[in-house]
Design a protein around this ligand. Sequence first.
Ligand SMILES: Cc1cc2nc3c(=O)[nH]c(=O)nc-3n(C[C@H](O)[C@H](O)[C@H](O)COP(=O)(O)OP(=O)(O)OC[C@H]3O[C@@H](n4cnc5c(N)ncnc54)[C@H](O)[C@@H]3O)c2cc1C
Length: 413
Amino acid sequence: MTTSTEQSVVIIGAGHGGTGLAALLRQSGFTGPITMVGDEEHLPYHRPPLSKKFDGPSVQQLLRPAEFYADNQIDLRTRSRAVEIRPATKTVLLADRTEIGYDTLVLATGSTPRPLPGTPQGTTSVITLRTLDDADTLNRSLTRGGELAIVGGGYVGMEVAAVARSRDMHVTVIEREERILARVASPELSRMLTDYHRDRGTTILTGRSVADLRTDGDRVTGVHLDDGAVVDCGTVLVGIGAAPEELLPRTAGLEYDDGVITDEYGRTSDPDIFAIGDVARRPVAGHHGLRRLESIPAATEHARHAVAAILGQEPEDHEVPWFWSDQFDLKLKIAGLTTPDVTVVTRATPGKNAVSFFHLQPGGNVVAVEAINVPADFNAGKKLIRSGAPVDAAALADPSIKMRDLVARSEGA
Ligand SMILES: Cc1cc2nc3c(=O)[nH]c(=O)nc-3n(C[C@H](O)[C@H](O)[C@H](O)COP(=O)(O)OP(=O)(O)OC[C@H]3O[C@@H](n4cnc5c(N)ncnc54)[C@H](O)[C@@H]3O)c2cc1C
C-alpha cells in the first residue's frame, strides 16, 4: 500500500519513534494531514537522560522545539490516550471518546516497565522508570532517603546506580541472574562493570531475587531476599525490563506475539497499519527470526523504513543495531547482536580507561562489539559486522595494529 501525499497519517505514541516518523514524513515531502496522539502531558522528550541525568534540570530535553509541530502542520495531541483501533471504519478511538479517521495508522506506543510482582497496592517509593514524571518521582524520593535498592541489574538499573552513588546514596543492586546485564552483555563486559560499580561503593548481589517488600504503612523500608537476607532501603527502583502494551493492537486484530509482528519495513498484518519502535517485533538483517529491539537507533531506523514504505519510496539500507549507555565516566557503545557460539576477543587500549570486546563467530566474523570509551573501536566494529568477513583474532586483540587496517583487510577480503 502506498499513501498518496494527500492522505492522512495518524501516529499513536508521541515518543522517539512516533516523533521521528512525523518529522521524516514532512522532510520527505508528505503534505497530507499528520496527527500524533500521545498520552503523556509533556511535549515529546528524550528518554535516555531519565536514567542518566534524573538528578538535575537537564533531565528534560525536548525531541523537537515546541514550535516544531505547528510549523510543520503536525497536529500533536498530548494527554490523549488511544483506546481502540477500528480497522473496519479506519478510525482510532481516544479515551475521551473522540474518533480520528486515518488512511495510514502507525503504532509507536513503546513499552511499559514490568512491575515488581507482589508490591502491595499503594506502596510509595517503589518506582519504575519510563517517563519524565517517573524520573521526577525518583529524584524526589532519593533526596529524601539515603538507601536505594535496585531490583534488576540491566542498563537502566546500572545507570541509576551510578547516578545515585555519585550522590552518596547507599546503593544495592539485586540481580536474579548470576551476573548483571546477563541478557544483553558479554560476561567480560558484565565483569568489568561489576568491578567498576563495586569499586565505587555499590553493593551488587547476584543470583538473588526478591521474596517480598518490608513496608511501614505505605512506605517501603526494605527488601526481603529469597535467602532470608534483608536489604534496608527507603526507595526501590524496579528495572526488570519492559513489555509492549498488547490490548490496543489486539483491538485491531493485528498479529501479535511479544510485540506487533511486522515485516522489515514495519508493515503489520493489516496493510494500512504500521508498527515501529519498542512495540514492534520484526526481522533484523543478518539474523534469524523476529526481534524486538528496545533502543533509539532501532526506533529511528524503523521510522525511516516505515516512511519509505508509506510513501512508496526506495527503502533505505539496514543499519547494524546499536545502543549506548553511560555509567560514571564510562561511555559504552554496543553494536550488533551476539549469538551463543561466539568467542569474545578483548582489545584494551593501554594506559586508558578504555577497552572493547569483539564477539567472533567460529568462522572468525564479528557479530557484535562492546566498546567502552573507544568510539573508534565501535565505528570499526560496525564496519566489521557489516562486512561479515573473517578477522584475525590475535590482530584484533593487539592495540598496536590499527583498527582501520583490520577494517581495510576485511573489506578487501
Ligand atoms: C530510562 C530509559 C533510558 C533509556 N536509555 C537509552 C539509551 O541510552 N539509548 C538507547 O538507545 N535507548 C535507551 N532507552 C530505550 C529507548 O528510550 C526506547 O527504545 C525508545 O524510546 C523507543 O521508542 P518508541 O517510540 O518505541 O517508544 P517511546 O519513546 O517510549 O514512546 C512511546 C510513547 O507512546 C505513548 N503511548 C503508549 N500507549 C499509548 C496510547 N494508547 N495512546 C497514546 N499514547 C500512548 C507512551 O506514553 C510514550 O510516550 C531508554 C529507555 C528508558 C526508559
